[in-house]
Design a protein around this ligand. Sequence first.
Ligand code: SAH
Length: 251
Amino acid sequence: MKGQLVIAGLGPGPEGWVTPAATEAVAAADIILGYTPYVNRITARPGQVLEASDNREELARAERALALAAGGSRVVVVSGGDPGVFAMAAAVYEAVESNPASVEDVDIRVEPGVTAMLAAAARIGAPLGHDFCAISLSDNLKSWTTIEKRLRLAAEADFVIALYNPASKARPQQIRKAFEILSAVLPPETIVVFARAVGRPDEEIDVATLARAPEMPCDMRTLVIIGSQATRQVRSPDGRAWVYTPRAERR
Ligand code: SAH
């Protein structure tokens, strides 16, 4: 039988945010590989093997998944959120590009998932209602100069900006540098949403202005959304509040 490799997204957390197709792929797998916290979300059935590894081993994991699938196994590589957004699907295709023969006897497909940006947006209202972009602040795989340029130009183009990987233990200060760069272009009252651990028991959603953003807590489990100049808050008489971006450009 031909081997199978599915790169599946598990969404940001709750079971209800995992697609039935991803659930089916995981249930049918002989072996499931991924970063430890994602693999830990899976309960193996008898006969199924779970193989967790470190976050920095993405390419090695991709190559191993391809090799196992080439041997005839049904292999699933899991990512949090969507596997194509700063995650394993691109790592697998990098491995395919460097060794195209590795995929010869393998059926390969990606099962999408709810990415953190969409889950965070849904919690607060509709901040992504008009044009937006997503930028990872991690400089593991690109230079900080590139990140600075993308932040500046995205702000100048007035995109809503979703920031993935805003901070980590190794990079606690970069988010502040990012706010400095954005503040040179955007007004201080620009809305900034901090969505931490969306869908988890310790979820926390905060809304601040760009001027106050540097004081807000922000870690590697936070997704930051910087509003465009049209992004605003809307309130109900009973005190509820949401952030949204109107669909139409103001003329
Ligand atoms: N593939 C993932 C993103 C991986 S990059 C996805 O599609 O969501 C990791 C970054 O995603 C984190 O640093 C954080 O910015 C964001 N993230 C992932 N899960 C999150 C969650 N439950 N709540 C808030 N942000 C999350």
